[in-house]
Design a protein around this ligand. Structure first.
Ligand SMILES: C[S@@+](CC[C@H](N)C(=O)[O-])C[C@H]1O[C@@H](n2cnc3c(N)ncnc32)[C@H](O)[C@@H]1O
Length: 281
């Protein structure tokens, strides 16, 4: 039998458990939440990811769930226009941090749970969003099915993940993940009916110390040193100057069919592997 961790509330009454085996370790945010917070602030400073998400799956007036929400960094932004927002996170310390973050924001809740068994009623949300969490490729089918269960007809699942084909960040990732096969991951999501938008963003760190702390929680020590060296060379920076790094993402989107009417795709989404960023070939 799979050992259980902490109880989680379901539908206000039923106590369920998040199984350890369902949880993918995230050493970066689990063990270094303050450095991860700095990294989240550095990410996507131009707002490219949010623009892409809004163009694809606007959540204004809708019910949103952020799966694997970590410490809830993205919940307030969804809450600016959504009708309701639920963050779902399996790691109890992060559930507590996320709750503290959204404590005073109306319409936002954080629940302990996992992508494979969301603590939500069927057909109760319009957007399931997951950013660099759980949906990494083959093996995430239980979470895909679960997202379909909680989505209303016409709702959408949007998965945001790093693009390992994009340099330099992707090269550093691949140095630590030599068996990762980006073509296979792309094939998997295309087979599952997702369209893929490639988005180039800029990470901007206030100073060298902030860049170092983020890169050290993302990579092995030797790859982190290489990455820090490359970032310094690219920026020609002294210790107190801001540093930027271009980082590519994939935004994967799949709508749940809404009965007989087939949703038309936004005009700029040309196909399962299209790019909206003019800067990426
Ligand atoms: C890299 S963090 C990203 C957190 C957040 N989405 C963000 O962008 O700030 C990945 C998160 O996924 C969570 N996670 C791990 N296994 C999961 C699962 N089976 N279902 C949902 N979330 C999971 C981890 O606990 C962690 O908080």
């Amino acid at each position: 039998m799979v050992p259980a961790t902490a109880p989680t509330e379901y539908a206000g009454h039923v106590i369920r458990f998040v199984r350890r085996a369902e949880i993918l370790p995230s050493p970066n945010i689990w063990y270094h939440p303050d450095a991860y917070e700095l990294e989240n602030h550095a990410q996507d400073v131009g707002g490219e990811l949010w623009r892409t998400l809004r163009a694809e799956v606007d959540w204004a007036g809708k019910d949103v769930v952020d799966v694997g929400c970590g410490d809830g960094f993205h919940l307030p932004l969804f809450a600016e226009t959504a009708r309701s927002v639920v963050g779902v996170e399996p790691h109890p310390p992060l559930v507590r941090r996320a709750r503290r973050r959204v404590n005073e924001i109306t319409g936002v809740n954080v629940k302990q749970g996992a992508a494979q068994r969301l603590p939500l009623a069927s057909a109760s949300v319009d957007l399931v969003h997951a950013r660099t969490a759980y949906f990494f490729g083959r093996g995430c089918e239980p979470g895909l099915n679960e997202a379909d269960r909680v989505l209303r007809k016409g709702g959408a699942l949007a998965i945001v993940d790093l693009d390992v084909r994009h340099q330099p960040y992707g090269d550093w990732m691949r140095a630590d993940l030599p068996d990762y096969d980006p073509a296979d991951v792309d094939r998997f999501f295309a087979e599952q009916g997702f369209r893929c938008l490639r988005v180039e963003t800029i990470w901007r760190f206030e100073n060298l110390a902030a860049a170092e702390s983020a890169l050290r929680i993302e990579f092995s020590p030797s790859v982190a040193e290489r990455a820090i060296g490359e970032v310094v060379r690219r920026n020609g920076a002294g210790p107190a100057r801001p540093l930027t790094v271009p980082v590519g993402y994939r935004v994967l989107v799949r709508e749940k069919p809404s009965g007989l009417v087939r949703l038309t795709r936004p005009a700029h989404s040309a196909g399962p592997d299209s790019s909206i960023s003019p800067r990426i070939p």
